[in-house]
Write a protein that binds this ligand. Structure first.
Ligand code: 6LW
Length: 502
């Protein structure tokens, strides 16, 4: 069966904002999807849906510090592409923690919302993007990408993490750069090996091979790739790193990553790699995908009043290499969230920063700050090398506002001083229009980022930035944009965080 209307599958982006490398499983009519988190914790968000349209983040696989210590992991290492699967009543998530001694690990749970187990390490998997599948005898096969060697497979005892054979090379795709993101699955009478190739940039593509056994050999489809946006005017680019699944009504669909570039030449993607969904059409036993289309997005209006530390149990909060509840001695007193700075800034590996994925291209993120006892503010972070912020500190009578733009070793600051009083810090971003008039005006670059403060009822604009420097293409961080609160020194209180976006 095929979908006559791919849009009926779900809205796109399916999961907006920093949500790359999606993997999905459907069990008894419920879909669970996980994505990559790199240096952020909690790691590996788990999203749930019963209709593929409405999604809720029900937890994170890495929700406890003991499960993975990321403190020594450099950007863009960390928790790369996971696979989620279900076998004999249990859910499994397998992932490689890259550029870390942790390596490939597998976690299990009876409920995908958690708790997830401690990690079982699989040392034989010395590569990235591990996939998990079971043969007819119940033997587990881990299929992964080994840099420079294409797609490799090994049988593993998942109880112990020990390989029961030497890794075997399976396929290298059609010759594109960086074959990766493999998934092995069965459909009708065949086994399939789905891979990404061409690199996670504009050349990205999805290719397929087929065989009679889950161990191969696999023979590539003559019509590969089965999905790519390269060379097209599609508003969704870099389409790739996909996972194929069966819907409740027995049809096939695919989730994949993609970016939404902004600007005159559509070159810069502010939110990073997002998750998209698209239809699969089986032709002669080969799965052919349709390029995902972008849907109109629901506006977002969120307000956080910080009445309870349990607020941070909301799985959508993120911190860098540490969990949000321990970063900056995080505490909540009625109506405000407190962070304590230790001198670290956003350029450091362990900033006192807690944030959320920016989910809309047009967004306003604002918080009221009490900087009477410290220095802090709000920021957009892609990596240690790429971030922007607006912060405040006071000498008692005046408040000193500082906007900072940091990119690849360059840092620029803008200062203003305002009378002490209520200070709301604001980060706004908007993509330039793409209608004919805007195109005629040749507005080049990325989204427009405005750093400002509302002080005593007046808006003070500190800086307006061209977001091309804080986009997936320039930061090389693999993440997306995370907007959040931070403290650099002393004790800083935040209240009334609001996110308005469309
Ligand atoms: C991931 C690889 C990829 O492991 O980028 O786009 C890497 N695909 O498969 C990091 O997300």
């Amino acid at each position: 069966m095929t979908y006559s209307d791919p849009a009926a599958l779900g809205r796109n982006p399916l999961l907006p904002g920093f949500n790359p490398d999606p993997s999905i499983v459907q069990v008894d009519g419920v879909y669970y999807l996980v994505t990559s988190t790199f240096e952020y914790l909690p790691g590996l968000p788990v999203y749930r849906s019963t209709d593929l349209v409405a999604w809720t983040q029900v937890g994170n696989v890495l929700s406890r510090p003991e499960q993975a210590d990321l403190r020594g992991v450099v950007t863009p290492g960390g928790v790369w592409a996971p696979t989620i699967r279900h076998h004999e009543g249990r859910y499994f998530v397998i992932v490689s923690v890259m550029f870390s001694p942790i390596g490939c690990v597998v976690f299990t749970a009876t409920d995908p919302a958690g708790p997830w187990s401690e990690a079982t390490s699989i040392p034989a998997v010395d590569g990235l993007d591990p996939d998990l599948e079971w043969d007819d005898d119940g033997k587990a096969l881990v299929t992964f990408a080994r840099m420079g060697q294409g797609i490799v497979q090994v049988e593993v005892d998942l109880q112990t993490g020990v390989a029961t054979e030497s890794p075997r090379r399976l396929w290298s795709g059609t010759g594109g750069h960086a074959p990766e993101g493999p998934h092995v699955f069965r459909h009708d009478d065949h086994w399939y090996l789905l891979v990404a190739e061409g690199g996670t940039e504009r050349g990205h593509a999805v290719s397929i091979a087929r065989g009679d056994s889950c161990r191969g050999p696999f023979v590539g489809y003559h019509g590969n790739p089965v999905l790519t946006a390269r060379g097209t005017a599609s508003p969704v680019q870099n389409v790739g790193h996909a996972d194929l699944f069966e819907t409740v009504d027995g049809r096939s669909a695919l989730v994949c990553l993609g970016v939404r570039p902004a600007g005159f030449t559509r070159s810069f993607s502010p939110l990073g790699r997002e998750t998209f969904i698209t239809a699969i059409d089986w032709r002669d036993g080969w799965p052919i995908a349709t390029l995902p289309q972008v849907s109109s997005e629901e506006p977002v209006h969120e307000r956080y009043d910080f009445h309870d530390l349990a607020l941070l149990d909301d799985p959508g909060w993120l911190s860098v290499r540490r969990h949000p509840k321990v970063v900056g001695s995080t505490s909540v007193s009625p109506g405000s969230l407190t962070l304590v700075g230790d001198g670290s800034t956003l350029a450091d590996p362990l900033p006192a920063f807690i944030g959320r994925r920016q989910q809309r291209l047009n967004s306003r993120f604002a918080a009221v700050i009490d900087c009477g006892q410290g220095t802090g503010g709000i920021a957009g972070r892609h990596a240690e090398s790429h971030w922007f912020s607006v912060e405040a500190h006071t000498d008692g009578e005046r408040v000193h506002l500082v906007a900072t733009a940091a990119l690849a070793g360059f840092t620029h600051r803008w200062d203003r001083t305002v009378p002490a009083g209520r200070i709301e810090l604001v980060i706004e971003s908007a993509v330039p229009a793409t209608d004919a008039a805007a195109m005629a005006a040749l507005q080049v670059g990325g989204d427009r980022i405005r750093l400002s403060a509302v002080a005593g009822g007046d808006t003070v604009v500190l800086a307006e930035l061209d977001g091309r420097y804080w986009s997936f293409e320039t930061t090389e961080s693999f993440t997306g944009r995370v907007l959040g609160l931070f403290a650099t020194n002393g004790t800083v209180h935040f209240s009334g965080l609001t996110i308005d976006a469309h």
